[in-house]
Design a protein around this ligand. Structure first.
Ligand code: HEC
Length: 193
């Protein structure tokens, strides 16, 4: 967790610091952090190890469970979801076919799929292919969890959608057609419901 929490800082397509020294210098230059670092870790230098520890410790406090959906689905409490939400759930498991990829406690099959995100612009992110070099993986990204999803806008790997409605519209139109799109992704005609 510590390693993962600082990795993205020095990744050119994420935070884009040249290296972790540059990140440490940046954190040191923000006056508000100094007393907080001292309070948490005692007096001493702000180091990459402590920044990693701070972020990972925060992440360990993020627990997601016992949501309205869990109370409804696992707890069997029919009152936990509004009629509207229950309609949405029926689409999710039915016509929407969302469950084909978003299933289990974290709503993910932990696999990689091409939905066509990015294939409408001129610099396609090759996604999983970058790791496997398998043409099957061109433009494929890992199915993300849907836990807490209402709080984690923007959506998709390039952050193109600001709202969940836009995500649903994207699926409704069948993603963005391209030679490698996952065969499950097809126009849904949800408005006919
Ligand atoms: C073929 C597998 C597949 C199906 C079917 C599918 N998804 Fe996804 N979903 C993914 C993948 C992969 C991504 C990430 C795509 C990307 O970033 O390029 C994703 C992203 C999302 C996101 C954005 C999450 C985030 O944090 O950015 C939401 C919300 C979502 N899906 C909801 C749905 C809904 C609702 C349905 C049904 C209408 C659905 N998905 C059907 C695989 C699927």
């Amino acid at each position: 967790m510590e390693e993962q929490s600082v990795g993205p800082f020095a990744n050119p397509i994420e935070h884009g610091f040249a290296n972790h020294d540059e990140l440490v210098a940046k954190v040191k230059s923000i006056a508000g952090y100094q007393p907080l670092f001292e309070q948490a870790f005692g007096a001493g230098n702000t180091t990459i190890e402590l920044i990693a520890k701070a972020i990972a410790s925060f992440q360990r406090t993020l627990l997601s469970g016992n949501s309205a959906y869990d109370q409804f689905g696992i707890g069997g409490n029919e009152m936990a979801l509004s009629a509207n939400a229950q309609n949405g759930f029926r689409v999710f498991v039915g016509k929407g076919q969302c469950l084909r990829c978003h299933f289990g406690f974290n709503f993910t099959d932990e696999r990689f799929h091409n939905l066509g995100v990015d294939w409408d612009n001129d610099h396609i992110d090759v996604g999983r292919y970058g790791v496997t070099k398998n043409p099957k993986d061109l433009g494929a990204f890992k199915t993300p969890t849907l836990r807490e999803v209402a709080r984690t806008a923007p959506y998709m790997h390039d952050g193109r959608f600001a709202t969940l409605r836009q995500v649903v519209d994207f699926y409704d139109q069948g993603g963005i057609p391209n030679p490698h799109i996952d065969p499950v992704i097809k126009p849904l005609n949800l408005t006919d419901l």
